[in-house]
Design a binder for this molecule. Structure first.
Ligand code: SF4
Ligand code: MG
Length: 344
């Protein structure tokens, strides 16, 4: 859970409970080595906050983050430090994450040194640098080592950012919209690279995206976030082809064809497609989010209970691991809401 205090305003001085943004509430999931998990949601749903929590950039408001079962609750403690090495974040904009006055060699050397992977001699270091660049298919390495970020294409810069993350020898990669700023024509190449690294290095990858179509193509599991909460999860095929939650259905209906990430198309995501253009409302304010199910103001199936009680995770159908947080999957709630039912 992560709540951000809102900048002080005069009226807050008179209010007992200072305003907070409920950016992430009760979000819980597991990542596994050798698997990609997609975290799908609109902008403002809290998915980048999840990435920053997992990267330990933001301290959390409540909850815990564990690596191999070991808590990282004590910031700066030994488990915390080993976690920070093992879990690396890749950002959306590789241009912003690389320092423009430094070469590729500098960025990669620094990562290798910080994480103790630079070896003992100059030869060791050269070998490690060549290795990193080869892993991200920037070959021959000599061609890239002394380049500055502005001399590279967007795709090459993102590959350098990935190589830098690999310099830490991580177990987990957190990729926050890693291809959304790249030209459509090179997105697939970067996604395929991540896929390949997952297999060769047995990485756990969290792939954060607003594009549910790419989750089907790229992720083993998919979890869906709406207004700071998880609403559905399961294997990607099931979640994207047979979505259970009304919000996920809205996303899949408005998501364009997956071919789009390989071919032409403007790359319009659900930010544009979902809701707004379809006259179905906007995501709610996270300062005072709707009570009960946060999707209820937009939901065509909302029942009386939805406005009061937060839906728990309920199992859907017979697909193992497929769950949703929606009262439609609780038969007692549906029965109580039926016309003529006495239940309030
Ligand atoms: Fe709609 Fe209720 Fe399900 Fe929320 S819990 S998605 S409001 S039916
Ligand atoms: Mg974001």
């Amino acid at each position: 859970t992560k709540h951000f205090p809102v900048r002080k305003r005069l009226r807050d001085l008179f209010s007992r409970t200072p305003a907070v943004v409920h950016a992430v509430d009760d979000v819980s999931f597991a990542l596994h080595r050798g698997r990609v998990t997609a975290l799908v949601g609109e902008s403002g749903s809290g998915k980048s906050t999840v990435a920053r929590l997992l990267a330990q950039i933001y301290p959390r408001t409540a909850g815990d983050i564990r690596l191999h079962g070991t808590s990282t609750r004590v910031r700066g403690g030994r488990p915390f430090r080993s976690y920070v090495r093992r879990v690396q974040l890749i950002l959306q904009d590789p241009f912003a994450s690389l320092n423009p006055v430094h070469t590729v060699r500098y960025h990669l050397t620094r990562s290798l040194r910080i994480h103790g992977n630079a070896g003992r001699s100059a030869e060791d270091l050269d070998k490690a640098l060549a290795n990193l660049l080869t892993r991200v298919s920037l070959a021959p390495p000599e061609r890239y080592l002394d380049a500055f970020p502005h001399e590279l294409s967007g795709g090459q810069r993102q590959r350098v950012a990935i190589a830098r993350a690999l310099g830490a020898d991580p177990e987990v990669l957190l990729a926050d919209e890693p291809v959304s700023m790249l030209d459509v024509s090179i997105r697939l190449g970067v996604l395929n690279l991540l896929q390949d690294l997952k297999e060769r290095l047995n990485l756990a990858i969290l792939y954060i995206t607003h594009d549910i179509a790419s989750a089907r193509y790229f992720a083993d599991e998919t979890i869906v976030m709406y207004a700071g909460r998880l609403v559905e999860g399961g294997d990607s095929e099931t979640v994207t082809q047979n979505p259970a939650h009304p919000y996920t259905r809205l996303l899949t209906e408005s998501a364009p064809d997956p071919e789009r990430i390989t071919g032409d198309g403007a790359g319009a995501g659900i930010d544009e497609a979902a809701g707004k253009d379809r006259g179905q409302g906007e995501p709610p304010s996270l300062i005072s989010p709707p009570a009960g199910c946060r999707f209820h103001p937009r939901c065509p199936h909302a029942m009386r209970r939805c406005t009061a009680d937060v839906p728990p995770r309920l199992t859907v159908g017979d697909r193992p691991g497929h769950w949703t947080a929606c009262w439609l999957y609780d038969p007692a709630t549906v029965a109580a809401d039926a016309p003529g039912s006495a239940a309030p």
